[in-house]
Design a protein around this ligand. Structure first.
Ligand code: NAD
Length: 339
């Protein structure tokens, strides 16, 4: 069975490709805008296979058409490809709307035109919830105005999928709303590989400890949380990747899933200061940081009620914060050795 993994050379996509490699023929599509072709070689080493790769920009309708001509036997799609920086999206909203929405629309147009039977998993985000009204956040949380153009693209894409599901027979879809993936694969051949300036907290920590960047800035220490810093739900990327297997099994077993939503997180809220202390504890490294101003687009606290995914998808996070942080640190060291 052929599975198309868009954005499969990126952080989460590459870890997910490993999970699928035993049972599926994998086709990765990526335009390398935020990833490196060397990830393909690492994936082939881990999976001991030759993963099919097509360099395609999914916003280019003609290239997407050719892609589906060539691979008309696709049965499953995991759609990761997107731009993901909240900060950048506030500066360049049109870039985000164009890339994230056009890519999805182009893929769905091909599915419709070709009357394909498809199981579709969409990479959504807890960012769709904005500032939550109640914690932990469950899937019934009211969707409010997005805090950034990036988050808005996720809200819009979810809505497009829901509307499309209604008019497209044989199209089964669900959206996984990820919380905060961190860490690296146990082989240490793949991990988070920010191109340019790291934007997520854990790579910023590892880079500040190795001296690649000057220091870590904690954006805001006066939030109404127990220690004043923001709270997030950090999940090991391999646990997150595994959720896609469970999601696809669920779609394969059940017909007529018209874009259901699932939170994929650990259910545990961790503050920025707690995360820093945990990192210091498991790695023995000192993290230097400065306090900066609050950042626009940041929710104060966001952590998941993951009971729906556990109950319906039969999925469970297994690895925990300490293992995730240690793997992130080991990955950072491994990258330095290889560079
Ligand atoms: P990533 O940037 O590492 O991976 C995305 C991949 O998509 C990259 O390899 C990039 O080159 C590719 N891509 C982007 N636009 C493309 C296009 N037009 N055509 C072809 N390829 C394209 O990001 P990630 O962290 O792996 O995130 C994957 C998905 O999960 C994204 O949709 C992101 O919004 C979502 N998500 C990520 C996080 C997170 O913290 N990492 C949290 C919630 C949701």
């Amino acid at each position: 069975m052929k599975i198309l993994i868009t954005g499969g050379l990126g952080y989460i996509g590459s870890h997910t490709a490993v999970e699928f490699s035993d049972d599926y023929e994998i086709l990765i599509v990526d335009n390398l805008i935020n990833s490196d072709i060397s990830v393909l070689e690492s994936l082939n080493q881990i999976t001991k296979s030759n993963i099919i790769f097509e360099k395609v920009d999914l916003t280019d309708m003609i290239s997407v058409n050719k892609l589906f001509d060539k691979h008309s036997d696709i049965k499953n799609i995991i759609h990761f490809a997107a731009l993901k920086s909240v900060e950048e999206s506030l500066k360049y909203p049109l870039k985000y709307y164009h890339n994230n929405i056009t890519s999805l629309v182009n893929i769905l147009s091909e599915i419709k035109k070709r009357k394909m039977e498809i199981n579709f998993v969409f990479s959504s985000s807890c960012a769709v919830y904005g500032e939550p009204i109640s914690l932990p956040i469950d899937e019934n949380e009211k969707i409010k105005e997005a805090l950034s153009p990036y988050a808005n693209t996720k809200q819009i894409c979810e809505k497009i999928l829901t509307d499309f599901s209604k008019i497209c027979e044989n199209f089964n879809a669900l959206s996984l709303r990820y919380f905060n993936p961190i860490g690296a694969h146990k082989s240490l051949k793949i991990g988070e590989r920010p191109i340019g300036k790291a934007q997520n907290l854990v790579p910023i920590i590892t880079q500040s400890v190795t001296g690649i960047r000057n220091e870590l800035i904690v954006y805001g220490d006066d939030y109404q949380t127990h220690d004043g810093s923001c709270i997030r739900d950090y999940i090991h990327v391999s646990d997150l990747a595994n959720a896609h297997i469970c999601a696809l099994k669920y779609l394969e077993k059940n017909n007529n899933i018209k874009n259901e939503y699932f939170n994929i997180g650990t259910g545990i809220g961790t503050s920025v200061f707690t995360l820093i202390k945990s990192f210091e504890k498991v790695t023995g490294q000192k993290v230097n940081f400065k306090i900066g101003a609050r950042r626009p687009g940041d929710a104060i606290a966001a952590y998941s009620d993951n009971s729906k995914a556990i109950r319906v998808l039969n999925w469970k996070p297994r690895l925990g914060l300490d293992k995730a942080l240690l793997s992130a640190w080991n990955w950072e060291k491994m990258k330095r050795i290889n560079n």
